[in-house]
Design a protein around this ligand. Structure first.
Ligand code: SF4
Ligand code: SF4
Length: 290
């Protein structure tokens, strides 16, 4: 069983309880305007080009069957419209200026990488699936988590919550802790900035809360979008209504994803006016009763 992996991060202490190995999977049904992992959004193949790493050796030009790498006066232009994503140029590039956004990886290989750090996990640590949205891989994500549990690891999942209701029960049986994104509590703003409203997400959250799972709400704070009193109070009410809520984490927006967006050839991102001040975050924390 192969899955598209953009990155595996070992020794994480921010993605669930204890020390964890985080597997980032490609594919997400949402399109958050502030996404900090844009390379994980689309399901298909994508090429990342980091111009700062290019030394102008022209190995990519020689490798490409489509003439997608052009050199003029020493400048390298990568013509994405001509590219067939065969990845021959990425294989030839000596500096990794060209890299596939994800690699297909067997589930057993991911488990084996995670098990390398078993000595550091203790009772709490283990594997976390992130993305993207892990449930975009459907039953395959559930199987991967079941394999991790069978290997003796605890399991966590970072999720946007937008998945088919049929996945609720299988996930409840394989995930110990959910790190549940709360993008916004206002349905219209949710749709405007994320691409869908939050009705299905809230239904899934309520359904999962019926099981013996731990739920951490993770709230992105975007100045000028959801950093306001009404949202803070709604987060407080949402958390108070959960039977299995553990805590609420506040995640102030940062523009780190913009560089990766540029490497994918996408416009936009990197809104510095969206970054909240420390005082604004603390005001929100107070209003949310945290
Ligand atoms: S991925 Fe293939 S088609 Fe695209 S630029 Fe590289 S070598 Fe050319
Ligand atoms: S192979 Fe890599 S380093 Fe060489 S010119 Fe192409 S992108 Fe630049």
């Amino acid at each position: 069983m192969k899955l598209p992996v953009t990155r595996i991060q070992r020794f994480s202490t921010h993605d669930g309880a204890g020390v964890r190995t985080v597997v980032f999977l490609k594919g997400c049904p949402l399109r958050c305007a502030w996404c900090h992992n844009p390379e994980t959004q689309r399901m298909g193949r994508e090429m990342m080009y980091a111009a700062g790493k290019c030394i102008g050796c022209r190995a990519c030009e020689a490798a490409c069957p489509r003439g997608a790498h052009l050199f003029s006066n020493g400048a390298h232009v990568y013509d994405r419209s001509a590219c067939a994503l065969c990845m021959a140029c990425a294989d030839a590039c000596p500096t990794q200026a060209l890299t596939p956004a994800a690699q297909e990886m067997e589930a057993e290989e991911m488990i084996s990488i995670a098990l390398r750090d078993r000595a550091f996990y203790g009772r709490e640590g283990g594997i976390t699936l992130s993305g993207g949205e892990p449930t975009a891989q459907g039953e395959a994500a559930v199987k991967l988590l079941a394999m991790a549990k069978a290997a003796g690891m605890t399991t966590a999942m970072e999720t946007c919550g937008h998945f088919a209701p049929a996945l609720v029960a299988p996930l409840a049986g394989t995930v110990d802790e959910f790190l549940w994104d709360v993008k916004d509590t206002d349905p219209a703003r949710h749709k405007r900035y994320v691409g869908v409203d939050n009705a299905q997400i809230l239904r899934n959250l309520r359904a999962l809360d019926q099981y013996e799972v731990r739920i951490v709400l993770r709230c992105i704070l975007v100045r000028g979008v959801n950093l306001n009193t009404a949202h803070a109070r709604a987060v407080r009410e949402l958390f108070a209504s959960l039977r299995h809520g553990v805590r609420v984490d506040l995640l102030p927006y940062h523009p780190f994803g913009s560089q990766k967006g540029e490497q994918l050839g996408r416009e936009g991102g990197g809104r510095t006016d969206w970054i909240p001040t420390r005082e604004e975050v603390e005001d929100f924390r107070r209003e949310a009763g945290l």
